[in-house]
Design a protein around this ligand. Structure first.
Ligand code: FES
Length: 105
């Protein structure tokens, strides 16, 4: 499953993640900078915040209520904000594009 990360400085990083892994795990394994994931994927830190590309928001879906309340702690929350540890990769998400915010937490 291919995931494209656009960093805040405009650098584009492509990563290959296995189905079942989260977008956060894929970023960490591929050394994509800007995703701190302080809590290790427990939906408790909001430092894995990403912006989902407009073309993908429908497929990725809405945040759960727990994620939604955690997103309020993310800096510069937007309509397409998600916590990347709560997005699990599947074949349907092959080609997913997300942007990494400049600051986390
Ligand atoms: Fe902490 Fe996602 S890694 S909320």
């Amino acid at each position: 499953v291919k995931v494209t990360f656009t960093l805040h400085d405009g650098t584009v990083r492509e990563a290959e993640g296995e189905e079942g892994l989260t977008v956060m795990e894929t970023a960490v394994r591929n050394d994509v900078p800007g995703i701190d994931a302080d809590c290790g994927g427990a939906c408790a830190c909001a430092t894995c915040h990403v912006y989902v590309d407009e073309a993908w928001t429908g497929k990725v879906g809405e945040p759960s209520p727990m994620e939604d309340s955690m997103l309020d702690f993310a800096s510069e929350r937007a309509d397409n904000s998600r916590l990347s540890c709560q997005i699990r990769l599947s074949a349907a998400l092959d080609g997913l594009k997300v942007a990494v915010p400049e600051f986390q937490g």
